[in-house]
Design a protein around this ligand. Structure first.
Ligand code: ZN
Length: 339
């Protein structure tokens, strides 16, 4: 079984020779510590250029030994394409939104019909093609579509969106209805360009920010629409303690759910319907960054014993994570995950 077959079969819940160790989903892309200097390609330029993005993504995977390539490195492709002002950051700092385009007048939000041509959307699609050419047919590639709630939050400002959910719930519902079309088109264009797996990452739909009831009423229906429209394998990622909403996440129609360390795998399994795979839940923010290789190994062992389907960092690989730790995650998966 090659890496790509193993990942795709594992995502379908089929038998595999060994559990894969990937970073298909989460909030950090795959950019290894020190690789920017090594290959002389740097953020933020690499966020905007398909050749640089390709090289950085492919090299980072090699260095980390993780079993997939993934782009983009940031979470702002869609907000930028829809008019958000971006602060581009630097080699150590992710871009952030400095200007929410519909903060003053959310009711004016209109989704343009030429979304696939806007901002960096064509750059990402071009990079996916280049990555596929570069890595061949045996390497899985994943890519990202922003979750609808997070996208709306970036467009109108998250705290404003929180208030609107209480004071103008009908408007929020109306706006959420506008969003799925472009995300489905964008995700399907990613598969066509060479991506195997599309992550829908919705960090702002976390229970740290909204109640489980709000998730069920506002985020879930839209997330469901998106999964129904996507033509290939997909994963739903929500950070933080997703335990109170894990059952709902499982009902959104994705092949897998990506969960953080805070979610117990046994608990998740008991609430997920059959056919939904669990990806996770090695601690991105703590163990991968602050622990040592033996701590990572122990966490992988426990996750596998508890029945994780794909070993992954719970929220992506932080660029500052020591390379040794990520390699230890892969090595431990190979050791304990063989069936
Ligand atoms: Zn996350």
């Amino acid at each position: 079984m090659n890496m790509r077959e193993r990942v795709l079969e594992a995502l379908k819940g089929n038998d595999v020779d060994r559990i894969p160790c990937t970073s298909l989903a989460g909030c950090d892309g795959i950019c290894a510590d020190g690789v920017q200097e090594e290959i002389d390609i740097f953020w933020p330029e690499a966020h905007k250029d398909a050749d640089q993005m390709t090289k950085l993504a492919v090299e980072s995977r090699k260095v980390l030994e993780i079993e997939n390539v993934r782009i983009p490195f940031d979470f702002l492709v869609e907000p930028e394409a829809l008019g958000a002002g971006i602060k581009w950051g630097n080699p150590d700092l992710q871009p952030s939104v400095r200007e929410h385009p519909f903060e003053e007048n959310p009711e004016d939000l209109e989704i343009p019909s030429d979304f696939l041509e806007l901002g960096r959307v064509p750059v990402i699609l071009e990079a996916l093609e280049k990555i596929r050419n570069e890595v061949g047919e045996e390497m899985p590639i994943s890519s990202l579509v922003l979750g609808p709630f997070t996208l709306l939050g970036e467009l109108v400002d998250t705290s404003k969106l929180m208030r609107m959910m209480v004071t103008q719930p009908d408007l929020v519902e109306e706006l959420m209805d506008e969003i799925p079309g472009i995300l489905i088109d964008y995700g399907n264009a990613q598969y066509e360009a060479g991506s195997d797996v599309v992550e829908v990452g919705d960090p702002m739909a976390s229970t740290d920010l909204i109640s489980p009831k709000m998730f069920e009423d506002v985020a879930k229906p839209t997330l469901k629409k998106i999964s129904e429209g996507l033509n290939g394998p997909s994963i739903l990622h929500i950070c933080g303690n997703a335990e109170p909403i894990i059952g709902h996440m499982g009902e959104c129609g994705y092949d897998g759910v990506s969960i953080e360390k805070k979610v117990d795998i046994h608990e998740a399994r008991s609430q997920l319907k059959e056919g939904v795979q669990i990806l996770g839940n090695i601690s991105s923010s703590d163990t991968l960054v602050n622990g040592g290789p033996e701590d990572v190994e122990e966490e992988v062992k426990v996750a596998i014993e508890k029945g994780v389907d794909l070993v992954e960092p719970g929220c992506g690989i932080p660029p500052i994570a020591p390379i040794e730790n990520v390699k230890a995650m892969v090595a431990a998966t190979k050791e304990y995950g063989t069936k």
